[in-house]
Design a protein around this ligand. Sequence first.
Ligand code: NCW
Length: 470
Amino acid sequence: MSAPKTFPDGFLWGSATAAYQVEGAAWEDGRGACIWDTYARTPGRVHEGHNGDVACDHYHRYADDVALMQKLNLGAYRFSTSWARVMPDGRTVNRAGLDFYSRLTDELLSRDVVPWLTLYHWDLPQALEDAGGWPSRDTAYRFVDYAAAVQSALGDRINFWTTLNEPWCSAFLGYGSGRHAPGRTDGADALRAAHHLMLGHGLAVQDLRSRDSSLTLGLTLNFADVTPADPQEPGDLDAARRIDGLSNRYFAEPLFHGAYAPDILEDVRELWPADLVVDGDLEVISTPTDVLGVNYYSGNTVRGVGPDEAHAAADQARADGPASDSVGSEHVEFLALDVERTGMGWEVRPQGLTQLLVRLDRDYTGPAGTALYVTENGAAYDDVPDQDGFVQDDERLRYVREHLGAVHDAIEQGVEVKGYFLWSLLDNFEWAFGYDKRFGIVRVDYDTLQRIPKASARWYAEVAGSHQVE
Ligand code: NCW
């Protein structure tokens, strides 16, 4: 048996959720409609027409959920606020909505769980989508007003603030491939959305900083491990460069280097709206931040394909996963290799996380003095509960153990990673997959809404309590 891996003092052990995925109470206390309410009601968009109306009912059960976190030795809870709860029309503050997050924050603090707040986890108020959504520049300014409203209610008690979760998904899945709300499919709009999300991020960071210079501010990006099918083959190397660029560097370059990378701009040249970037935008977007949240789950092996093969590859790609039919993936085939996969069909690649953290530290966060946190990692599997609802989820436990080992390897290589948030605390509404895919370390019985910790939760509680992975 190998020696236990001990994590540094102060390492934050947490779990994560998002408002639309867990809260439910979709029409209570004045909450307005968000784009996921609409998308989920559009036939054919979400598995079996599921929606977030009830979800895990966290809105009413938050006190029990926080008690459970404490029982599981969790030191931090990463949650998101629902813009449509705080501002039902995207513009006007709803006090009752803010009050929920105030109660949740107080509950967390009373149980010594550090609150980590994400302002936007994909649930744009429908009223703002109707006014143009993220492809409209005005949405970035509305986001700043929303951030300010949340800060004025909770800024006295919350230190960690991240603006956006995975803007790649909001822009490219929401406006490019249409796999996520609002389900639009226009490549140029996806690029507009991406730019305005980042602009909103930068403006919000500046505004929050001016309100309270002591806040810890940043955002969370999703990253993937992208490898060429044949590293000797120029076409495959270029396919890997392209997908790495569009998924990993698209946001990191403007944020940390104040410019879109020339090779990526070239890849999307035909779609690029000439009037998109206004003077000064990139200075705003690259406003220094304190933390970068890293969401990492998987990776892809890619192959370059000629124009003749491109159509067949595109058809295959639609079956292959989120990145494969998005903007810029033309002429790239995502290989369906016979390797270990999770219940989402995502390849299990723990070593990719070590490489990613080392690379981010070298290319972006190290020079900028920005701290790294893994803000999401975890896995969905086809859980089989016993008669009491208990799940012996050995695969998930092994997935998390291996990825924590990968984080530890990065720390041993000198990368300062300051925390890890397991996705997710609870089984929840998994977007287009509805309640069919379960990421939780705690099972939710959707008939009774009972919470039943799985084997992975018991194990993670020991890890969080001891700061050690055996
Ligand atoms: S779908 C997705 N997820 C899951 C979701 O439940 C959560 O809200 C998200 O933050 C689990 O974690 C995130 N992320 C999409 C990942 C897209 C991967 C794209 C790969 C690019 C090569």
